[in-house]
Write a protein that binds this ligand. Sequence first.
Ligand code: 5AD
Ligand code: SF4
Length: 444
Amino acid sequence: MSKYRSKKYHISTYGCQMNVYDSEILAGYLENMNYTFTEEEEDADVLIINTCAVREKAEEKVFSKLGRLRSLKIAKPEMNLVLWGCMVQQENVIRRIKNKFGFVDLAAGTHSLKRFPELLEKARLSPKTVFDLETEEEKEELPIKRGHNIKAWVPVTYGCNNFCSYCIVPHVRGLEKSRLPQNIINEVKGLIVKGYKEITLLGQNVNSYGKGLKQNINFAELLNLLDRLEGQFLIRYLTSHPRDFSDDIISIIQQGQKICEHFHLPLQSGSNNILDLMNRGYTREYYLELIEKIRNQVANNSITTDIIVGFPGETKKDFEDTLDMLEKIRFDAAYIFVYSPRKGTKAAKMKKQVPENIKKRRIVLLNEIQNKISMEINKLLLGTEQQILVEGKSKTDPSVFTGRTRTNKIVHLSADKNLIGKFVNVEITETKSWTLAGNLKHII
Ligand code: 5AD
Ligand code: SF4
């Protein structure tokens, strides 16, 4: 190995898009320090695991990964092993790191980005794990190495105030804070100049954007300002809270040119009793009305959702109410999760936790029903022409390219690499529950 070999880094990212964005910031710092990215963990001088705490499964994956990395760290003690993000913001996890994974060099939470270079330096000099568990930080003007050159993530809010009773996010990411509109607009303008074609606005509850800012602005107004920027690009946003999805937002989406007609509205449960225990702040009747408004006002829309099965106290009747909502609403797609108790949340302490075998049965049944519905909805697109943005090569088959419709449906097609970043029309020739396939018709 050459003495002048450049230093390398590798980042494994778990969880949501906000984590993907945070990893891009960490990569930005490392590239500024002249590190280059490597696909191979064994080759890395700095190895970062950016963690998710939303469900136990994601945490267990990280702990078993750490177990596997023990021998690598012993063989390569000069490698810096960094555990980052949401998991680290929990006391029980810190205890477990101290007891079992003392070979981790640095363990830092979601509010430590700005101090990453000094923390890394400190960790190098410390024989023990360095912990950094701040609860707040200013996140403007951080370096960034974006992972994609067509699609970019732009946070609009950090944290969450909702305290849904099952959810760990407010406990690990802190309370909601909106970014200044000018900072968001400047970031988006910069991305458009660089040729980005799809901007996804990020936040745990983007619909409540603007609360707490001196300036009087809400999410609908922010969307409107971004929609009016010059250039050919799309605007998406994640995640919405049905309670805060105002009529103004629906109108702006209907009037806007660039805002995609895809509505991701996590329902979580179809039972009013469970929605109340979840502290969601809406009823099934309210949700049905919201769906009706969207469908009446916005043409060619798609609606997707998140569902949790097996929340404490979920009876057969509560579950049937959820099933009934899937059948009534007919979502384009639903992400269905088994309830996972999270230490420190209200729901974890609730009595009547649902046995694992019942949760499993319920998720299987909902997935079966939803897959059938998604299949039927997608089938209606057979033979139609759809506009998509070509994003890149498929991960599983490099001869196939992928794009997405404005409604966020993945389309596979044969194309060539010059089409990456272009808007094209495709004729849909094949449809499945989660993906479509089509033939290129023309470039727009
Ligand atoms: N258990 C299972 N699913 C959860 N989610 C959030 N917290 C939990 C939990 N404790 C799901 C919700 C949310 C999605 C991102 O993850 O459906 O919308
Ligand atoms: Fe969690 Fe609810 Fe906040 Fe979403 S809105 S991050 S589910 S607390």
